[in-house]
Design a protein around this ligand. Structure first.
Ligand code: FE2
Ligand code: FE2
Length: 344
């Protein structure tokens, strides 16, 4: 009789695993005619002990093979357990991943919430803006109607000067001048603000405004106050339309400064060069071009060529030289605008 024994010390992890496998392993061992005992310490399996009873070397070999198979099974169990552990770890990792994903989802939801809140805030703001814009449009419509009603010029003068101003602004920008000041938005504002350049005439008495003839010096001094009056009227309107497009702010510059001259000889402030706002420097040329081209009770209209010569001669005196340059490049466009919106 040969006795083949084997004893394996187990790692903490292994006997934890084997404890749970104990019953199944014993059953398997009995079925294979293996003696197997488990050594435990404090209720925990410390080692596994195989004792094999054999009658011959052949049987020993056979049993040994069985033993190896049993061990292999145990190892397989370990491996499986390891695998399970790895699966568990993987599961844990996946759970952690899922947790992180959940956190990410929560973060994204929070982000979406914040985005929604922001959107709500923006919608609120844009609806507030919409209100200001509506108020501004109404103001503008009223002021335009008032300017038209009180102006001694024709309604077409307002249309023509509006288009001249836009034409010069676009050309100046194309020439690379005042590119920062003349944004697309500013050009739109200029176009909308231009009709208000003489709004201050609402404060000029009819006897002067509609005098059929040239004004005397005293009357002329009164007439000149329309620039200051216009600025003051629009300043009140500006307070009511704060947060709007800024068209009233541009209109204030135009109304207040459109009779200033580049060389400082204009009114009401005697401003010089770039002290005069750019919208007003553009308006000044547009206004003079149209005034000279138009018939008055006391004068006939000038020819386009004469007006052009006059404007060129005033470059650096009455007008900003760059604005004159832009006009020269667009002078045929000016004539086209004048013909399109000619007075009846
Ligand atoms: Fe004026
Ligand atoms: Fe005018």
């Amino acid at each position: 009789m040969l006795i083949l024994t084997a004893r394996f010390n187990l790692t903490k992890q292994e006997y934890c695993v084997l404890s749970s496998l104990n019953e199944g392993l014993s059953v398997k061992a009995v079925a294979k005619n293996l003696d197997i005992s488990l050594h435990t310490v404090n209720g925990h399996m410390k080692s596994i002990y195989f004792k094999l009873h054999v009658k011959s070397r052949g049987e020993a070999q056979h049993k040994f093979n069985e033993y190896k198979a049993a061990v292999a099974n145990v190892e397989l169990s370990f491996q499986n357990e390891e695998k399970a552990k790895r699966v568990d770890e993987l599961a844990i990792a996946n759970v952690e991943k899922a947790d992180r994903a959940a956190e990410l989802v929560i973060a994204n939801v929070e982000k979406a919430d914040r985005a929604a809140e922001l959107e709500v805030a923006l919608i609120g703001r844009s609806s507030a803006n919409k209100k200001v814009y509506q108020t501004e449009s109404k103001f503008l419509a009223c002021l335009n109607a008032l300017a038209m009603a009180r102006d001694n010029e024709t309604g077409n003068h307002i249309l023509r000067t509006q288009h001249y101003v836009k034409t010069i602004a676009l050309r100046l920008k194309e020439m690379g001048n005042y590119k920062i000041e003349l944004s697309d938005e500013m050009i739109k504002l200029l176009f909308k603000a231009a009709p208000l350049h003489d709004i201050g005439k609402v404060g000029i008495p009819d006897s002067i405004l509609h005098k059929p003839g040239r004004l005397n010096d005293e009357e002329w001094q009164v007439m000149k106050t329309h620039a200051t009056i216009g600025r003051a009227i629009l300043a009140s309107a500006e307070l009511e339309t704060q947060g709007g497009s800024g068209v009233i702010t541009v209109a204030i510059q135009i109304a207040g400064d459109h009779h200033e001259k580049w060389d400082g000889s204009g009114y009401p402030g005697g401003l010089k060069g770039e002290e005069i706002s750019l919208p007003a420097r553009i308006m000044a040329l547009a206004d003079v071009y149209d005034a000279l081209m138009s018939k008055r009770v006391y004068k006939t209209g000038w020819s386009h060529e004469d007006v052009t010569s006059e404007i060129v001669s005033q470059s650096g005196a009455h007008f900003d030289p760059l604005v004159v340059d832009a006009f020269m490049m667009e002078r045929s466009g000016f004539l086209a605008i004048h013909s399109k919106y000619k007075d009846d």
